[in-house]
Design a binder for this molecule. Structure first.
Ligand SMILES: [Ca+2]
Length: 369
């Protein structure tokens, strides 16, 4: 056999293996192992508590959609329910949603939550607020909860609340306000629907009504180490997006999308000169991005500075390479479960929360040796 033939045979063998549609084959290529830490009922979000002089401790908060908040020690897997949490309006996609610790949590004990509240005539709207998490005195409890933002207007239906929170390096806050499945209001500068809003940590708006507009259901928002703000958004059929967020820009919904409406009708694709900011990446078929982490740890050096995305309908864990203002698809690992949240632990390990009404697992990912 000539060298060339041997190379061809080797390529064929590798190609046959790589082309296998088997999910177990694909999961065999994962660069990580997964360990179950705990289980939750329909978990939605998680965040690690900062400690004195450390950005993260072993203690994480986890929200459950039906209205419970848990403190979990990811070392032991032990869970404690937080008492004194506000009552949550649960409807459709809405319930307890985001939980984020203030960057100075060690000093002010402040945690932020988001969830819908009911309005008149069957309406509802997203809210954001904060309270003090009291630890070390028996059961953890929340005190002095205060609502600092109410999505206006309240509308009927239980879809597309979004209500994610990201703290900026300067201590201000960016929140996502979904378009509530109302379409056109995403283009109306005078309402909250379909916007990213910039505010102080006390809820005072910065720079006007909104920071960006023309969004649909924004379930991931995160700062990269270089200070750029990225956002993952559930678009229509075949139009899920990763966007680079730039102040004042219009991201097009519902006038432009690389996807189509779920009834099959077309929406004009993004094109140069249409006045709308195109996504850096989009997914067709849809993946349903639930969450976005920009990884900053050392445990997975190949992910440093890159985006990690959980996918609901895609049932995948997705790695997107980020270089400056550019993003490229790198890996999509099948997880055989809807992934609701992605977070980074105190030693650079990665945590995933599975979606599901009972037994949604909290998984720890560590590098495969
Ligand atoms: Ca289109």
């Amino acid at each position: 056999m000539t060298l060339r033939l041997m190379q061809a045979a080797l390529l064929l063998a590798v190609g046959a293996c790589g082309a296998s549609p088997s999910r177990s084959q694909a999961s065999g290529q994962r660069p990580f192992t997964t360990t179950e830490v705990a289980r939750f009922n329909a978990p939605w979000a998680m965040d690690f508590l900062p400690g004195s002089g450390v950005p993260k401790t072993n203690m994480a908060l986890v929200t459950e959609k039906a209205g419970k908040l848990w403190l979990v020690d990811v070392g032991s897997g032990q869970k404690q329910e937080v008492v004194g949490v506000p009552r949550v309006h649960v409807q459709g996609q809405g319930g307890f949603a985001e939980v984020v610790a203030h960057p100075d949590f060690a000093g002010n004990q402040r945690i932020y939550l988001s969830f819908p509240e009911a309005g008149p005539n069957g309406t509802s709207g997203a809210t954001i607020g904060y309270g003090r998490l009291i630890l070390g005195q028996g059961q953890p409890r929340l005190e002095g909860y205060k609502t600092i933002w109410r999505q206006q207007p309240k509308v009927t239906g239980g879809a597309h609340y979004s209500e994610r929170i990201a703290f900026a390096p300067d201590g201000t806050m960016f929140i996502t306000s979904g378009e509530r499945f109302q379409f056109a209001p995403a283009q109306n500068p005078n309402v909250d629907l379909g916007k990213i809003i910039h505010m102080t940590a006390e809820g005072q708006r910065i720079g006007g009504n909104y920071y960006t507009l023309g969004h649909r259901n924004l379930l991931g928002i995160a700062f990269a180490p270089d200070g750029r703000l990225w956002e993952a958004e559930m678009g229509p059929m075949g139009g899920d997006e990763l966007n680079l967020i730039v102040k004042g820009r219009n991201y097009g919904w519902p006038k432009a999308s690389n996807g189509s409406n779920y009834d099959g009708s077309d929406i004009p694709d993004h094109k140069p000169g249409d006045g709308f900011e195109p996504p850096k990446l989009w997914w067709n078929p849809s993946i349903s991005p639930s969450s976005l982490l920009i990884y900053s740890g050392d445990l997975f050096p190949q992910w440093k500075g890159d985006a990690l995305i959980g996918a609901l309908s895609g049932e995948e864990f997705i790695h997107v390479r980020i270089r400056g203002d550019q993003a490229t698809k790198a890996d999509q690992w099948p997880m055989n479960a809807r992934i609701r949240a992605v977070d980074q632990g105190p030693r650079g390990e990665v945590y995933l929360l599975e979606d599901g009404d009972s037994g949604g697992r909290l998984l720890r990912l560590k590098p495969k040796r």
